[in-house]
Design a protein around this ligand. Structure first.
Ligand code: 5GP
Length: 201
């Protein structure tokens, strides 16, 4: 039997923090306005400028653990000492809308989702170097030194997992990285297994 293949793309993008994922995805959305992004739940405190229900659903730890134990998350992980998870209703809402969906997950989340769905497309976004990453984390100015050190340590671990992904996009130049992402989406939509001949005839 053929594995179920969603007609809509389910794309996971992972990146060490500071790799420029947010800026890149905003750029990609300008070119591909029909993409939908799931909103994750997290126990991390909101950063300045972040809004509940838009950037994340900000949860108390007890609330997160309860929802997790009730099976409310498609996947969840502990990242940098906080919990993050994709609410099941979020992914369903995006898929039901008939759009391609992007999930921003850490490497554990990518592995977890891939174990459940064989049809996902995985992209690792990497800064050109660890030095460039450190520079970006400092310039962002949203985290203190201890947190920057923790994020850099985690970044080394995440970089080591990059070969597990279908695609690697180097974010040196924003325009080029966005063009690479759009090329990946377009190629994946053209895959023969997503376009059964019966639908074309
Ligand atoms: P940040 O705190 O910088 O927003 O995100 C930290 C990390 O958590 C990033 O690597 C991000 O991709 C990851 N993350 C965000 N939401 C989720 C989620 O729902 N599940 C998993 N597994 N990771 C997430």
């Amino acid at each position: 039997m053929m594995a179920r293949v969603s007609r809509n793309l389910v794309v996971v993008i992972s990146a060490p923090s500071g790799a420029g994922k947010l800026t890149l995805l905003n750029k990609v959305r300008e070119i591909e306005p029909n993409l939908r992004t799931t909103i994750s739940a997290t126990t991390r405190k909101p950063r300045t400028g972040e809004t509940d229900g838009k950037d994340y659903y900000f949860y108390a730890v007890a609330q997160f653990l309860q929802e997790r134990d009730e099976g409310g998350f498609v996947e969840w992980a502990e990242v940098h000492g906080n919990y993050y998870g994709t609410p099941r209703r979020e992914l369903d809402r995006c898929l039901d809308s008939g759009h391609d969906v992007i999930l921003e997950l850490d490497v554990q989340g990518m592995r977890n989702l891939r174990a459940q769905r064989g049809d996902i497309v995985t992209v690792f976004l990497t800064p050109p170097s660890l030095e460039a990453l450190e520079d970006r984390l400092r310039k962002r100015g949203t985290d203190d030194e201890a947190i920057i050190a923790l994020r850099l340590k985690n970044a080394r671990g995440e970089l080591a997992a990059r070969s597990e992904f279908d695609y690697i996009v180097v974010n040196d130049n924003l325009e080029e990285a966005a063009a690479d992402m759009v090329a990946i989406l377009r190629a994946e939509r053209c895959r023969a297994r997503r376009n059964p001949i019966g639908d074309l005839a």
